[in-house]
Design a protein around this ligand. Structure first.
Ligand SMILES: Cc1ncc(COP(=O)(O)O)c(C=O)c1O
Length: 383
């Protein structure tokens, strides 16, 4: 799909075209913040990480937050804290980044696919209930495009069966469900601050925990099993490690960028949502192009705006000719060789994956670009 001599990253960010699908947001204040931290004499995990975690509290709706080096690390850590291991099953969605599901294999557990609602891209809670078995240890629910899953139903299933609920909220920073931030509803919620997310720390992530006990254990496991807050001077050498951990912590350079980003995120989210509302209105009467539905029980972060289009290849060509970058963003995971043992019929995923396509919706779009996208999509539908 990429033009000749164009890298994937150039293509996704628009390359030479007028309208990119994603754009990195980097406020000018980052430069001063970086200068301060880079020459402070301390760039590891320190006071800026602690402050970043405090500033995330109102956004994630819990005080038990661990800043990490990626969203993928957050998923690894959540599975570990849920004590997922060999012999366990984890119910998950294939309609996501492989970062959601590869950590399940890394724990030595088996992936059990649940089907999705083909009109939201989110996990079907009724199918999760059907697939719970004696080996089920956890469920991972992905909020496609930032639109919250049915967290009420999923958490009720978790409580009934003693299964931990992990949200992959990597698309959903700033989303809300039943009046409270995504991050406050389940045992764990995993966020990504990778380059093109609602906020970026270049690479980074966070794990929001419901319980202080999980957060305490996670705080040790994110750095080799050693308590970095220990008052002892030479804690690296003196600490006794009772449980082995990882090197998943965030450092102060990333946190300094994150702190600057947080000053702007409300404004950017408002733009994503306003653009999505414009598209909803403009595309309401179309015949062959249909937007996904968003939940009434909350508010999407609108990180993606996804359409279902029957003639997808022709749509992609038409958008390309109009200078608009579009993409499926994620391919279904269940077709990969690494997941072959989990294969099963998934009619909702089949319907979604055959037709889904994302159009630009982000904070960077100008009025002219919005009008151009609306015009191009409506023109395609009319042909
Ligand atoms: C749904 C989903 N889960 C997990 C991840 C992994 O996040 P990170 O790139 O921060 O490791 C991503 C990243 O794009 C994602 O989109």
């Amino acid at each position: 799909m990429t033009a000749k001599n164009e890298s994937i990253s150039e293509w996704l960010s628009g390359g030479g075209r007028a309208i990119p699908l994603f754009k990195v947001f980097m406020p000018a204040g980052v430069l001063d913040a970086l200068k301060d931290v880079l020459y402070s004499g301390y760039i590891g995990e320190g006071p800026r990480v602690a402050e970043f975690e405090r500033r995330l509290v109102p956004w994630l709706g819990t005080e038990h937050i661990l800043a990490l080096n990626s969203g993928t690390s957050a998923i690894h850590l959540a599975l570990r804290l849920a004590d997922v291991g060999p012999g366990d099953d984890v119910i998950s969605s294939p309609m996501t980044c492989v970062a959601t599901n590869e950590p399940i294999l890394e724990r030595g557990a088996r992936v059990v696919w649940a089907d999705i609602d083909p009109w939201t891209g989110n996990m079907d809670a009724a199918d999760v209930a059907r697939k719970i078995g004696p080996r089920t240890k956890a469920v991972i629910a992905v909020h496609w495009g930032g639109n919250p899953c049915d967290l009420g139903a999923l958490n009720a299933i978790g409580r009934e069966h003693g299964v931990r609920i992990i949200e992959d909220a990597c698309h959903a920073f700033g989303a809300r469900y039943r009046g409270a931030p995504v991050g406050s509803h389940s045992d764990f919620a995993c966020f990504s601050f990778q380059a093109i997310k609602e906020i970026t720390t270049v690479d980074g992530g966070a794990l929001a925990c419901r319980s202080e006990n999980d957060a305490e254990r996670g705080r040790l496991l994110r750095w080799y099993g050693i308590d970095r807050r220990s008052k002892r001077k030479d804690f690296r050498c003196e600490a006794d490690i009772v449980e082995h951990g990882y090197k998943f912590h965030m450092h102060d350079v990333a946190a300094a960028i994150g702190l600057e980003q947080l000053k702007h995120v409300a404004g950017n989210l408002a733009k994503h949502r306003a653009h999505a509302a414009r598209y909803d209105e403009a595309f309401a009467g179309l015949k062959t192009v249909t937007p996904l539905k968003r939940t009434d029980a909350g508010e999407s972060a609108c990180w993606l705006y996804t359409l279902r289009v029957r003639r997808r290849a022709a749509f992609v060509r038409a958008m390309d000719e109009a200078g608009i970058t579009v993409s499926q963003v994620h391919a279904r995971n269940d077709k990969h060789t690494i997941f072959r043992e989990s294969a099963r019929p998934l009619p909702g995923v089949d319907a979604f994956a055959a037709e889904h396509i994302c159009i630009p919706v982000g904070w960077w779009l100008t009025e002219e670009q919005l009008a151009c996208i609306i015009e191009a999509v409506c023109r395609f539908d009319g042909n």
